[in-house]
Design a protein around this ligand. Structure first.
Ligand SMILES: C[S@@+](CC[C@H](N)C(=O)[O-])C[C@H]1O[C@@H](n2cnc3c(N)ncnc32)[C@H](O)[C@@H]1O
Length: 392
């Protein structure tokens, strides 16, 4: 059995994975630990459900308290309510969760710019690439339109815990520069993502090879429907979709950051119904990217069914994965949407656009999120009436 220290560390990691700050969660965890008489099974049950719930309940209580005092500023400014009101364990030094005073340093994985080797066997899993004398290992990530489980889990873990993976920090970040040309903020780091590399003509494999999904197009029955949640149109499938199914590509115009900025300035972005998607833009290549090189996909004027897929914070049922079809290019590439779990017929398909709802400087104004997720990041709407269950 792991020690309290390890379990506390694991709990904090799980909380940062869903976007909560470890510093804010620490006192809540400590209090819960005491209140439950050090019952880790209780704290860890259902993926730390009680911890997440208690955290939000205490936030809610603090908010209500501030509102009573007429101190609504933090909330209105979109800042997270502070947690100082929560008492810490008086005897913290001897408490066996002393890990709370430790900093949570994450080990960085060495960067491997290759797809993971899939377990599938297929005629082209080791084939010659082009005219090169050295065989290129063609990695099979998709089998009959379904993503390899390990590959999918790795992609999800990268998105959930970017700090644990290789991040590229630019000296002069084009994304920050697009927000503030004269005083760009420091780069927040860009995730070096995993790519699916589909088979192509030079693989020498058959046309029917299972490692070709995106290039074949949509293969499931999708329906655009009017949602009842005030989000406008949405998309659902009329059939069950197993985990890892390729749903569709996100198609749009490829714009540079500069073009997107100009489009927004000249009114083309006003009343827009789509949210542009930033392409990873070759982060990690040696050279500094200029504004004209950082790309995004804008589906405002041209797109496909993916432009109707709504956003959901954290627990969406789709994820986007970059795909190389034909060219080994990490700058211009395809973005494909895959299911992250089994999805039932008629269930709305959703995707986390990665919006930072607190970022007022983003070139496109974020909408008021109505995703309905308990992990919704649009805190301004967090006015749920929760009952504080924690009686210490
Ligand atoms: C890619 S479009 C999705 C299709 C859109 N619902 C429509 O009717 O055309 C993105 C737009 O849908 C709306 N939307 C998407 N997800 C939403 C959410 N979670 N809450 C509220 N509105 C959402 C926003 O207006 C957003 O700009």
């Amino acid at each position: 059995m792991s020690s309290s220290k390890e379990r506390a560390k694991k709990a904090l990691k799980a909380m940062t994975a869903i976007g909560l700050s470890a510093d804010e969660v620490k006192p809540v965890l400590l209090q819960l630990f005491k209140a439950s008489e050090k019952n880790w099974d209780y704290i860890e049950a259902d993926n730390y459900q009680v911890l997440v719930q208690t955290f939000w309940e205490l936030q809610e209580a603090k908010l209500a308290e501030d509102e009573k005092k007429g101190d609504k500023d933090d909330f209105l400014l979109g800042k997270r309510p502070r947690m100082e009101a929560i008492e810490l364990c008086e005897d913290q030094a001897s408490c066996d969760v002393e890990v709370f005073s430790e900093s949570l340093g994450y080990a960085q994985d060495p960067y491997t710019p290759m797809n993971d080797i899939a377990s599938g066997t297929r005629e082209s899993s080791q084939v010659q690439g082009g005219s090169s004398a050295t065989p290129t290992v063609m990695v099979q990530t998709v089998t009959e339109g379904r993503l390899n489980d390990k590959f999918l889990e790795d992609c999800l873990s990268m998105k959930a815990n970017p700090q644990q993976h290789h991040l590229f920090f630019c000296q002069d970040c084009p994304l920050e520069r697009a927000k503030n040309e004269h005083f760009p903020a420091k780069c927040n780091g860009h995730l070096i993502r995993k790519f699916i590399k589909e088979c192509w003509v030079k693989c020498g494999c058959a046309e029917g090879c299972g490692n070709r999904a995106v290039q074949r197009g949509i293969n499931c029955n999708l329906q655009v429907f009017m949602t009842h949640a005030g989000k406008g149109w949405g998309v659902r499938a009329l059939q069950d979709l197993p985990k890892g199914t390729f749903v569709c590509e996100y198609a749009g115009e490829i714009l540079t950051n500069t073009e997107l900025y100009e489009r927004n300035m000249t009114g083309g972005g006003k009343g827009r119904h789509t949210y542009p998607v930033t392409l990873d833009a070759d982060w990690g290549s040696e050279k500094t990217l200029k504004d004209e090189e950082a790309l995004c996909l804008d589906a405002t004027y041209y797109g496909n069914v993916a432009r109707f897929i709504n956003h959901r914070c954290y627990d969406a049922n789709l994820t986007d994965i970059p795909v190389q079809v034909e060219t080994p290019d990490r700058h211009y590439y395809h973005l494909a949407l895959f299911t992250v779990r089994d999805v039932k017929a008629q269930e709305e398909l959703t995707w986390d656009y990665g919006i930072d709802f607190a970022d007022d400087d983003h070139p496109v104004k974020a909408f008021k999120c109505r995703c309905g997720s308990r992990f919704c990041r649009d805190n301004k709407k967090l006015k749920r009436k929760l009952v504080v269950v924690l009686d210490d």
